[in-house]
Design a protein around this ligand. Structure first.
Ligand SMILES: [Zn+2]
Length: 368
C-alpha cells in the first residue's frame, strides 16, 4: 500500500536556487515536449515519441538538475495524453504556466539515494535539506515531490510503500450519511455534523485579504506582499479542511462497519456555478475519497446509492413519496400518509441507509 507523508522543508539559499532550477527545468521540458508533439502531429499526423535525454544537447543546463525529475515530467505528460484520449472531456494537455506560483518536481528513490532522518531529508544532487518531522513513517520510500506553494513555503511529500494496516475488529453499526450545505454531514442516527467554525472564520479573513489585494496597484511591491498573505490564508484553509475531513472520516470508519452514501455527481454539480462554491467549500468529494480508502485499509464497507434515488422525498417510516419535498427550502415535514414528523436531512440519511442495506443484500451494490 502506498501512502504519502507531507513535511515542511526549510531549504537554505543554495538549495532554494537548486529547487528553482528543478521547477524551471521540469516546466520547460514538459512544455517543450508538448509543443514538439503538437508540431510533429500537425506535419505528419503521427505521434512523436520524444524523451528528455534528446533535449540535453541543445539545452545543456538541463544536465544540472535531477534527471529523474525530468523523467517524471515526461511521465506526467504521457498521463495527460492518455487521460485525454481515454476521456476527451478532461481536455487536451495544457502548457504549464509560470504564473501559478505553484511549483513542484518529483524524483524517485534509487538504491537509497533518498532517506529521511530526524531533522533532514537527503535528496539527489543537493544532499541534506532540513525538514520538520512532525510524524514518523514506516516503509520504503518510492518517490518524493518537492513543492513551493504560492505562500513561498516549501514542502516535501514522501510516497512510502507500507505494509498492510491491521484491520479493525468488526463493528455492529451501520450508518447512512446525507451530505449537506448547512450541516456538513447528517447521519441516520440523527447526529448533525456542522462545518467547523474556525473554517468560516478563516474564510472571512480570506475575503478581507482578497479585498486588500484587489486594491493594490498592479506590479507594486505591496501587491506582492498582499498576494503572499492571500496565498498563506488559502493554504491555512486547505490544511484546516483536510484535518477536519481526516478526523471525521477516521471516526466514522472506526464506528461503523457499513457506510451508505449517495453517489454524488460532483462534476455535474460543479458546472452549476451557483452552488459550486459551497460544494467546493464543504469538500464532499475529498470526504468520500477519504472514506473509501480508509474503508479499504480498515476492512469496512462503503455502499453508494444512485443519485436518482429520492432520498429526501421518501417517508422513512412508510415509504410514501412526497413530491412537494423537492422544494429544498422545506426543512421539516409531516408525512400525509402515516403522519410521522420528519427533519428533512435526517429522514434522507435514514433512507440512504435503508436503500444502501437493501442494495447490498440484493448484491447489486457498487462497493468501493
Ligand atoms: Zn409516512
Amino acid at each position: 500500500m502506498l501512502m504519502a507523508y507531507k513535511y515542511r522543508l526549510y531549504p537554505n539559499v543554495e538549495q532554494r536556487i537548486y529547487f528553482a532550477k528543478c521547477f524551471g527545468c521540469v516546466r520547460f521540458i514538459y512544455n517543450q515536449m508538448l509543443s514538439d508533439k503538437i508540431e510533429y502531429y500537425k506535419q505528419t499526423k503521427k505521434t512523436l515519441h520524444n524523451t528528455p535525454a534528446q533535449y540535453k544537447k541543445e539545452f545543456e543546463w538541463l544536465k544540472e538538475v535531477d534527471s529523474l525529475a525530468l523523467a517524471n515530467a515526461q511521465l506526467n505528460l504521457q498521463t495527460a495524453y492518455k487521460n485525454f484520449f481515454r476521456s476527451p472531456e478532461t481536455g487536451f494537455p495544457k502548457f504549464k504556466s509560470k504564473k501559478t506560483h505553484n511549483y513542484s518536481y518529483t524524483t524517485n528513490n534509487k538504491g537509497g539515494n533518498i532517506y529521511v532522518s530526524d531533522r533532514y531529508i537527503k535528496l539527489p544532487k543537493i544532499g541534506l535539506v532540513r525538514l520538520k518531522k512532525h510524524r514518523d513513517f514506516d516503509g520504503l520510500i518510492k518517490s518524493v515531490t518537492i513543492s513551493r506553494k504560492p505562500s513561498g513555503k516549501y514542502y516535501v511529500s514522501v510516497l512510502v510503500k507500507r505494509n498492510e494496516i491491521e484491520k479493525l475488529p468488526k463493528s455492529e453499526c451501520e450508518v447512512g450519511i446525507d451530505l449537506g450545505l448547512k450541516d456538513f454531514a447528517i447521519l441516520s442516527n440523527e447526529e448533525k455534523i456542522g462545518n467547523p467554525k474556525y473554517l468560516s472564520k478563516s474564510e472571512s479573513r480570506l475575503r478581507k485579504l482578497q479585498k486588500d489585494l484587489s486594491r493594490c496597484q498592479k506590479g507594486s511591491k505591496n501587491r506582492n506582499k498582499c498576494r503572499i498573505k492571500v496565498a498563506k490564508q488559502h493554504e491555512k484553509i486547505a490544511n484546516q479542511r483536510k484535518d477536519f475531513l481526516n478526523k471525521l472520516s477516521k471516526r466514522l470508519i472506526c464506528e461503523n462497519q457499513t457506510i451508505c452514501l449517495e453517489n454524488l455527481k460532483i462534476k455535474e454539480m460543479m458546472s452549476n456555478k451557483q452552488i459550486s462554491k459551497s460544494v467546493a467549500d464543504v469538500s464532499w468529494s475529498e470526504f468520500v475519497r477519504q472514506l473509501e480508502y480508509k474503508a479499504q485499509w480498515y476492512g469496512r464497507e462503503i455502499v453508494k446509492i444512485s443519485t436518482w434515488f429520492p432520498s429526501s422525498q421518501t417517508c422513512s417510516c412508510c415509504g410514501y413519496v412526497n413530491k412537494k419535498i423537492k422544494d429544498t427550502s422545506i426543512r421539516e415535514w409531516t408525512c400525509p400518509n402515516c403522519h410521522e414528523n420528519h427533519d428533512r436531512d435526517i429522514n434522507a440519511a435514514i433512507n440512504i441507509l435503508n436503500e444502501g442495506l437493501r442494495i447490498r443484500t440484493a448484491g447489486t451494490a457498487e462497493i468501493a
